[in-house]
Write a protein that binds this ligand. Structure first.
Ligand code: CA
Ligand code: CA
Length: 354
């Protein structure tokens, strides 16, 4: 299966591969080794043209994970193997197609055009060949805008099937205003409230839960953060945690260096509107799952950042059902290595049920 998955992932970068491998091991360990099944086509709905063919893994969680790994916030999977542009079209046949939907086959125009005016044929050709490259562009991924989702209608608080909290990494304080996105067959969005709590009234099937948050810096990024980065790089901060490393890698290249310190100084001086890593991740914050217990059929996905690639922290659920609380995350503001983000500032929106 690993082989099938890795082939399915095709040209994806190493971070995605790591997630796939981790997921694969978890699936094997948990006895979810695939039954014989048709291939599944996963189309990442928010990155048009990105699709994967997953063979012998009757598990849309894999699809969601692959799309998440590719930086796409939406997944449409199709167990019948009939994606719009096809997966492999044949059940039970392992394919090696990491099918980027064949948008722009640089078709040589049919040679047998009758009349001989060679002029017009030349133009129609290789114009759009450039689009076929597989650079995992941090493309539009539909960052769930904090849109004024038509909500609060004061219904009696419904039973929450899926719920949890988001807390700040340094002091466990509540993080409000986090957009919690359910990515899967039935996409939904909820916001964390002033207590950092969120909840979805309806959740079922296969999906991935992904937090993102924009802005809300609140003067938490100062020269002190840059100093701390330099001290860490010089080996003077032995207790620098993984969370601090996530905060400090504002260039998003997977390591904490003097360049990160420079960028932090530029940011706090107003010379840099946004960190590179925030652009790559489409989020000014990074989150990691913080589960007391991992529910059955759930897979925590740790954030992984390397040049041009941002695998967001998430929890993937396979065949979710029932009522599952405590699906918590830890939030980290990019740049805040000192961890002094002060906590809720503005009156925050009341919890927005999905
Ligand atoms: Ca860096
Ligand atoms: Ca700080």
């Amino acid at each position: 299966m690993l082989d099938g998955m890795s082939r399915g992932m095709g040209m994806r970068r190493s971070a995605a591969g790591t997630v796939g491998l981790i997921l694969g091991s978890i699936l094997i360990a948990s006895g979810l080794v695939p039954r014989a099944a048709s291939a599944m086509c996963c189309a990442c709905s928010s990155c048009s043209g990105t699709a994967f063919c997953v063979d012998a893994v009757p598990n849309s969680l894999t699809c969601a994970t692959l799309c998440v790994a590719a930086g796409c916030n939406g997944t449409v999977f199709d167990s019948a193997d009939v994606c719009a542009l096809g997966c492999d079209g044949a059940p039970d046949v392992p394919t090696a197609t990491p099918s980027r939907t064949p948008t722009s086959s640089p078709s040589r125009t049919p040679t047998d055009t009758p009349t001989g005016t060679a002029t017009s044929t030349a133009t129609a050709t290789e114009t759009n060949s450039a689009t076929a490259t597989e650079t995992p562009t941090a493309s539009p991924s539909s960052t769930p805008s904090t849109s004024p989702s038509s909500t609060p209608t004061s219904t009696p608080t419904p039973m929450r099937q899926l719920s949890g909290h988001v807390r700040y990494y340094s002091d466990n304080g509540p993080v409000p205003g986090v957009t919690m996105s359910i990515v899967g067959m039935s996409p939904a969005i909820a916001m964390t409230d002033a207590d950092g709590a969120y909840g979805f009234s309806f959740a079922s099937g296969d999906f991935t839960l992904i937090p993102t948050k924009q802005d809300d810096v609140q003067n938490a990024i100062t020269a002190l953060d840059a100093t701390l980065v330099l001290r860490f790089q010089a080996g003077l901060e032995p207790t620098f945690t993984n969370d601090q490393k996530l905060a400090g890698d504002v260039t998003g290249n997977g390591s904490v260096t003097a360049l990160d310190a420079t960028r932090i100084l530029q940011f706090q001086a107003g010379l840099l509107p946004r960190f590179e890593v925030a652009n790559t991740c489409q989020s000014d914050w990074v989150f990691r799952p913080d589960l007391i217990m991992i529910p059955p059929n759930a897979t925590p996905i740790e954030p992984q950042i390397s040049t041009g690639v941002c695998v967001k922290g998430a929890i993937a659920y396979d065949n979710f059902s029932g009522t599952v609380p405590n699906q918590d995350f830890v939030g980290i503001l990019f740049g805040d290595t000192t961890g002094n983000w002060p906590g809720p500032s503005n009156p925050t929106p009341t919890a927005t049920p999905a």
